[in-house]
Design a protein around this ligand. Structure first.
Ligand SMILES: Cc1cc2nc3c(=O)[nH]c(=O)nc-3n(C[C@H](O)[C@H](O)[C@H](O)COP(=O)(O)OP(=O)(O)OC[C@H]3O[C@@H](n4cnc5c(N)ncnc54)[C@H](O)[C@@H]3O)c2cc1C
Length: 236
């Protein structure tokens, strides 16, 4: 890989402080919540959709590996840049672009924390269904890429059931806009559900339109006792 050529191209459209080669900084982006580690050659901090387009375009032109990263909370090594290249951090992209409680939707940048979505929607007695235990400190983009869900998935489904549409950038730098803003979006290929759960292998999500649900009017804690582990698991 020609790092100088890559840096020159990246810096044509990005400020120097967001294209980082300092080793200490690269180490911070070399691991996630797994035991894997691999040093990226460059860390880029994206500030918006256009930055992601630029980085993908440069990497595509020069044949450089590119790995998207939210907060690195996944436990599988999915955000470890095993082939080197660019680690593209979206953690700075945290804008809530549109919030329409009456339409039960929220549009945000991919680096927005799940917890921010929950507290924003919670003020209007709404919530976003995906509730991985890492929700307080993982990103919407990471949740979508991992197809995340938590205990609520039993009733409400996972991220695939909770995303209405996406704005994303494919490996050659092309922008994709998928889905719609209504629950009924029946015509055409369902690219949204294809991208959700694809772990950054098909495209980098930059913005997501999230489907919100009304909070239940009542919550009760229930305890159920089972004879043994097998019958408890069967009930789940
Ligand atoms: C304590 C703990 C509990 C958890 N509990 C659950 C659980 O109950 N249920 C569950 O489903 N999961 C659970 N998880 C996993 C959870 O789904 C991930 O931690 C989270 O979704 C990853 O978000 P992140 O922002 O940290 O993404 P990262 O870890 O940075 O990235 C994860 C993957 O997504 C890709 N990616 C990140 N951002 C983007 C983007 N914008 N566009 C495209 N690809 C992108 C990365 O390349 C990587 O492949 C848990 C994790 C922890 C640490």
């Amino acid at each position: 890989m020609n790092t100088d050529a890559l840096l020159t191209r990246l810096r044509e459209a990005l400020p120097a402080e967001r294209v980082v080669t300092d080793e200490a900084e690269r180490v911070a982006y070399s691991y996630d919540n797994s035991r894997l580690q691999a040093l990226p050659d460059v860390v880029v901090h994206a500030a918006g959709h256009d930055d992601v387009v630029h980085v993908a375009t440069c990497c595509h032109a020069l044949g450089v590996p590119l790995v998207a990263r939210g907060r690195g909370t996944n436990t599988t090594g999915a955000s470890v840049p095993v082939a080197g290249g660019v680690a593209l951090s979206l953690e700075g992209m945290q804008r809530i672009i549109d919030y329409r409680p009456a339409d039960r939707l929220l549009v945000c940048e991919a680096g927005t924390l799940n917890g921010t979505v929950q507290s924003t929607a919670g003020a209007d007695d709404l919530f976003w269904a995906p509730d991985p235990t890492s929700g307080g400190y993982s990103t919407v983009g990471g949740n979508i890429a991992c197809g995340a869900g938590g205990p609520r998935a039993v009733k409400y489904g996972t991220a695939r059931d909770a995303v209405l549409g996406l704005r994303a950038v494919d490996g050659s730098g092309r922008t994709l806009v998928t889905g719609c803003r209504t629950t009924k979006g029946v015509v055409g290929y369902d690219l949204t559900r294809l991208l959700v759960g694809s772990e950054g292998t098909l495209a980098i999500v930059t913005e997501a339109t999230l489907k919100l649900l009304p909070r239940p009017a009542l919550r009760r804690t229930m305890r159920a006792a089972y004879r043994d582990v097998e019958s408890a698991a069967a009930a789940v």
